[in-house]
Design a protein around this ligand. Structure first.
Ligand code: AMP
Length: 226
């Protein structure tokens, strides 16, 4: 299955992508995770994008497109993949189509997480991430057993720079200005399906399982992982 998860920051795309990737045995490709990894390594790419990511601005299309095209050509992505946080502009969506064409394939479905701004803000500002293993917690929705410490590896939990209130507001504005147009773009080509991103994670997951069962019945090629 070749999927795009679309929706504002804080919609729960990452959480669902991890669950789906495990269930379908396909890679979860998050451009945000890839960029943060490069930033942590201080690689030339990481250094180039650091300030933009910190300020909640988008990284230029050509840079992200190159990162994604490379990742999609890896062997583990041939059977399927879940794109999380990409595409974020119409130019990226067109670039993705081109990249997939050269790989002789196309996107099967785009899942739109329809999420209110209040819920996004509450989730992002309360999110805490483990410095060591990257696990996510939330100060009220999913608190760690010991405050400030990761349940899995005891690493220190921190607030991402771009999860600070002002930057979150900017990220939501950027989403409205540059990304929301993709909803219509994928609706028009018949690939868009919608779930409520405001629901709790297990409810969203149940919705997604129902949706995939229906889609697999209608299109058996999806079932075979083609
Ligand atoms: P995310 O973890 O998906 O919220 O992404 C964090 C940040 O990485 C974004 O605010 C952008 O600065 C950058 N980023 C991630 N994906 C993209 C993309 N597809 N296009 C441009 N910038 C991106």
């Amino acid at each position: 299955m070749k999927l795009i998860l679309l929706g504002p920051p804080g919609a729960g795309k990452g959480t669902q992508a991890k669950l789906l990737a495990k269930k379908e045995s396909i890679p979860h490709i998050s451009t945000g995770d890839i960029l943060r990894e490069q930033m942590q390594k201080d690689s030339p790419l990481g250094v180039k994008v650091r300030q933009l990511v910190k300020n909640g601005e988008l990284v230029p299309d050509n840079i992200v497109l190159e990162v994604v095209a490379n990742r999609l050509s890896a062997a583990d992505a041939h059977k399927g993949f879940i794109l999380d946080g990409f595409p974020r502009t119409l130019k990226q969506a067109d670039g993705l189509n081109e990249a997939l064409k050269t790989l002789n394939t196309a996107i099967d479905l785009v899942i739109y997480f329809n999420t209110s701004a209040d819920v996004s803000i509450q989730r992002l500002c309360g999110r805490r991430v483990c410095k060591k293993c990257g696990a996510n917690f939330h100060i009220t929705n999913m608190p760690p057993k010991k405050e400030g410490l990761c349940d899995f590896c005891q690493g220190e939990l921190y607030l991402r720079d771009d999860d600070k209130k002002d930057t979150v507001q900017r990220r939501l504005q950027v989403y409205q200005e540059q990304t929301a147009a993709l909803i219509d773009y994928y609706r028009k080509n018949g690939k868009l399906r919608e779930v409520s991103g405001d629901l709790e994670a297990d409810k969203v997951n149940a919705e997604l399982q129902k949706l995939f069962s229906r889609e697999k019945l209608a299109n058996p090629a999806l079932k075979n992982g083609e």
